[in-house]
Design a protein around this ligand. Sequence first.
Ligand SMILES: C[S@@+](CC[C@H](N)C(=O)[O-])C[C@H]1O[C@@H](n2cnc3c(N)ncnc32)[C@H](O)[C@@H]1O
Length: 240
Amino acid sequence: MMDDSTDAYLHVAEFYDLLSQPHWDHIATEMLTKALADVDPSIGPALDMGAGTGQATEVLAEALPDTQVIATEPSPAMRIALTSRVVHNSDLQPRITILPDRAQDVALPDRLCAVVGFGMIGYLDGAARAKLWGRLLDRLRPGAPIVLELMALSTAQQMAPARIARRTIGEQEYDVWMRGEPATPDLMRYASTFTVSRHGRVVRRLQLEQEWYTFGAEQLERETGLPVRKLTNEIIVLTR
Ligand SMILES: C[S@@+](CC[C@H](N)C(=O)[O-])C[C@H]1O[C@@H](n2cnc3c(N)ncnc32)[C@H](O)[C@@H]1O
């Protein structure tokens, strides 16, 4: 479990949905729904790893309307947004169990019908991923999916600064910029800048560095021994 002082998302949580909602509107909802189409909900609960503010959790719950969902999210700040999303939705509230543990440590039931991890697997190094696969594989029946969203980069490399989001709320504009560089051959260091502008003047600025292990779908196929299907460049399904 994380404590507040190590919460990498402490300040990002405020901006998170601004940045990610267009992605969910355009592609992620459709792809996740498609990936879950053949799931047998009678097997057991579904797991959403690194649930964040609950965008994947909500799609997962809609795709599997009779299923209980374990949503695990170690960041206290992100969990505030997740809990808020869940309590304001009478369908989600009885079905989403929110846990504060990391995916590789969370207590799990004997059987899971599906596992989802959007935008989180690169936080785990090789040893943490090995622990995770060891705990998940036994709990999945043949045919059950692990749906993951990776980053477009499968090896660490220079990434030029680019604006990755711009949204307006009220009189303020929110911009997110990102650049990246290799920290080691398989680890990217990303620097993000969040700005809030009003009447053309920046009134708040937040800078943040994060690290992300880079690997491709093929490496996950080797690690898990499961066949991989790519739904997009970034969204993949490993099937038990
Ligand atoms: C980029 S956000 C993605 C949130 C959400 N899945 C989505 O797609 O909107 C990554 C999330 O993974 C969480 N996270 C980081 N390390 C984790 C771990 N070891 N296990 C579970 N979640 C983790 C972070 O706290 C953060 O909320």
